[in-house]
Design a protein around this ligand. Structure first.
Ligand code: ADP
Length: 454
């Protein structure tokens, strides 16, 4: 405490010396002034000493060491400030780590998105763009941040939608087709970002090419189904009308009309049956009872089934098994479905082969089985009308028929090969076609051979 008082006194004394010097200087070195100020200074020091003495006595009385207290207060204060600063620094560091992680995750999510995303500020400069967006807009550069979006976009639809959204600050939806070889169909949604004033816009690009393709297939399918069903229905209606208008009393026409109605009803029935079957197989809802099926046995069953029909149509139907007769050849499949596959191929071969005695070569249909490495091969070979190369690609499509009228006349629905293909794929197999117009066709089915542990 004493030290504190002395320090205080010295400081005051020096200060008053300084004041006296300045005052004397300004008043022209007046000796009186200097003396007066020195006296005043000395008096102040004495006054301080007198005034602070009771304080020192009080301190001694209550036993508090003010110097030490002051020093410890000083030390604690610095310590606290230092600790607070350190904790603030740590918090800041933690927050920037969290922010970097969040940014990384955000970038990863946006980069992995199939949808293209671009964010722009209110002046149209790019804030962010993911890979999908750059690919859709064919932007080669990756360093696009801070550059105007319009400088990269060639599509009018995108430019217009962005301008309009920036102007109206409303959501704008648009669509366009890309200029690249894929000609992708893209749907665009430009939406303002939340905030006042609006900080910018997000542009989201959806590649809807596959969706559009599926929609086209669906539309074609519905059109085809309606058309296919309408034809026999129109016939039934026409025959029934003719009967109602008087033919019902005229024999033998009335019987012919009834037979026609019956036949057309059967066509309708077959079409609906095939359609439902195809829908079940395609959607994977067909309940197969999978087991090792003896392929040669199934082939014999099919041959017996068509023997009479082939005979009647003058077609020579034979089965040629090149697989060692002693070993049973199994395929992991559903017995009924395997029959459907082979039946369909034999039925088509008979249907599209020439008749005996037409003056042309004799119609023959040959079913052949053989092994090819780990696979087993079934071939249905005919010397019928054959299929032109331009039609061979489409032969397994639903409702595709080379000659619609001929197929319908022969009781075809145009769905047989589509069903066959899907069934074969369900059992891990493949189907190929080799055909020459006017020479004949070979449908080759390959299944993985299944080895049964006896
Ligand atoms: P369809 O019920 O009309 O026979 P498919 O799906 O079984 O329907 O066959 C589709 C089309 O493929 C047939 O309309 C026919 O034009 C052609 N086709 C199928 N098999 C043969 C074959 N063995 N020879 C010639 N053409 C065939």
């Amino acid at each position: 405490m004493k030290q504190l008082i002395i320090k205080f006194g010295v400081v005051v004394f020096l200060l008053q010396l300084l004041v006296a010097a300045v005052v004397s200087w300004t008043l022209g070195y007046s000796g009186w002034v200097l003396l007066a100020s020195l006296t005043a200074g000395t008096l102040i020091v004495i006054a301080c000493y007198i005034l602070l003495r009771p304080l020192a006595a009080l301190q001694r009385f209550i036993g508090v060491d003010v110097d030490n207290q002051f020093a410890s207060f000083q030390h604690n204060a610095f310590d606290w400030i230092q600790k607070t600063l350190q904790s603030l620094e740590q918090q800041l560091e933690q927050q920037s780590i969290e922010l970097a992680k969040y940014q990384e995750r955000f970038d990863a999510v946006l980069s992995g998105m199939i949808e293209g995303v671009i964010a722009i500020d209110e002046s149209g400069k790019i804030l962010f763009s993911n890979r999908a967006a750059r690919s859709i807009l064919s932007i080669g550069a990756t360093d696009v941040i801070g550059k105007p979006l319009m400088g990269f976009v060639r599509y009018d639809a995108v430019q217009q939608a962005t301008r309009e959204a920036l102007k109206t600050q409303k959501i704008i939806v648009s669509s366009f087709q890309t200029y690249d070889a894929d000609r992708r169909d893209v749907r665009l949604r430009v939406a303002p970002m939340a905030g006042q004033p609006m900080p910018g816009m997000t542009l989201v690009f959806h590649d809807v090419t596959e969706l559009a393709r599926l929609e086209n297939i669906r539309r074609d399918f519905v059109a085809n189904v309606s058309h296919e069903l309408k034809t026999p229905l129109a016939s039934i209606k026409a025959y029934a009308e003719t009967l109602r208008l008087g033919a019902v009393y005229k024999a033998p026409e009335n019987l012919q009309f009834v037979v026609q109605i019956e036949q057309q009803a059967e066509v309708l029935n077959q079409q609906i049956h095939d359609l439902l079957h195809l829908a079940r197989v395609e959607s994977g809802r067909e309940a197969f009872s999978l087991e090792p099926v003896d392929l040669i046995k199934v082939c014999h069953e099919s041959i017996s089934q068509f023997a009479d029909e082939a005979e009647k149509k003058g077609i020579g139907l034979t089965f040629n098994n090149l697989i060692n007769a002693e070993s049973i050849c199994y395929v992991w499949a559903d017995h009924e479905a395997l029959r459907t596959i082979i039946d369909n191929l034999i039925s088509n071969a008979i249907r599209y082969s020439q008749r005996r005695g037409t003056g042309q070569s004799q119609g023959t249909v040959r079913l052949l089985t053989k092994l090819a490495g780990p696979s087993v091969v079934v071939e249905v070979i005919d010397n019928g009308i054959g299929i032109a190369p331009e039609h061979q690609q489409r032969i397994f499509e639903r409702f595709f028929r080379v000659d619609r009228a001929r197929s319908r006349e022969l009781g075809g629905t145009g769905l047989g090969l589509a069903i066959v293909k899907h069934l074969i794929q369900s059992f891990g197999g493949q189907i190929e076609l080799q055909s020459r117009l006017g020479v004949g066709s070979t449908f080759r089915v390959v299944f993985p051979r299944f080895y049964k542990q006896e």
